[in-house]
Ligand binder design. Sequence first.
Ligand SMILES: Cc1cc2nc3c(=O)[nH]c(=O)nc-3n(C[C@H](O)[C@H](O)[C@H](O)COP(=O)(O)O)c2cc1C
Length: 344
Amino acid sequence: MSREHLFTKVDLGAGLTLNNRLIMAPLTRSMADDELVPTEDMATYYARRSDTGLIITEATQISKGAQGYPNTPGLYTEEQIDGWKNVTQRVHQNGGKIFAQLWHTGRVSHEVFRGEQPIAPSAIGINGTVPRSRDLTYGVPRAMNAEDIEQVIADFASSAANAKKAGFDGVEIHAANGYLIDQFLHYTANQREDDWGGTPENMSRFLFAIIEAVKPHIQQVGVRLSPAAYFNIEHDARDVAVFDYVLPKLNALELSYVHTGMFEDDPIDYLGGTVTQYIRRHYHGTVIASGGYSPESAGKAVVRGDADLIAIGRPIIANPDYVEKVRTQGPLVEYDESMLLELV
Ligand SMILES: Cc1cc2nc3c(=O)[nH]c(=O)nc-3n(C[C@H](O)[C@H](O)[C@H](O)COP(=O)(O)O)c2cc1C
């Protein structure tokens, strides 16, 4: 049995200890109110999952311009901070821990949300339409100028300060899944010829500037990365060199963890293993695996040493009592997309 290995405490440093190794993955639910304020139902939904070692919230906008989907929550107005305060209090009352996932969607957006053309490292668009808004087609973004870059870095910092005010235990910088920071890290989205593109050092400058700007505002800072482009972005063989450069550099930054951003964490030839194994080879701090893990495969990944913590997404939507079911080996309800229509 490898499941028992999931039920040991993990020290994230600076006084934060997690009760077990099962993490609630960030899961967009598009159920904030029209001012993008977290609702009472969201507080109940998160509070029910407080027995996970750590909750990472659904991706949360750092500014109005960061939004790319309907009714995703923000963390840049007083009302949003108060809404999140309610969530963090409810989770803490139940003995849980919670980080806010801080997000800018970049080119995966539409002017309907931003009030103006989306921004990205380069003027290269993606195909398709905005989910849950089928008539909105993605367009070509505007390449960010120096002022835009400075503004987004400052917005990450102020939303981290807001996360602290709202009572979060830490933040996760969302640098995965094809959103703005990830767009800087991949050649197909970043074709800049200035200090922010063209080489691994330049392409990762934005990520490191954000980490540096966020850290003074909140002690616990994790980072989610997608070395294998798989969502909203195309892979380029040169990308591996970018992540070969980024991961060792993260070792010096005293982060809470590095978290795999992947839907199915299967072996990938050019990474020499799963994304999580690749991260582990280069990054020596706490690693969170994610992508298709069952209680059994999660336990095995911990025993093998691939990861310290395992983030569970879809099964935790389907099973609010996931941790208890894993502990008692109770039957798990299978996830179905129709479950996204309601917060339970
Ligand atoms: C409905 C849904 C919403 C998601 N929203 C986010 C998100 O807001 N931020 C993020 O980093 N990943 C998001 N993901 C990815 C998950 O965090 C997770 O990596 C993925 O579901 C794979 O894990 P699983 O197989 O345990 O579900 C989402 C996935 C799903 C299914």
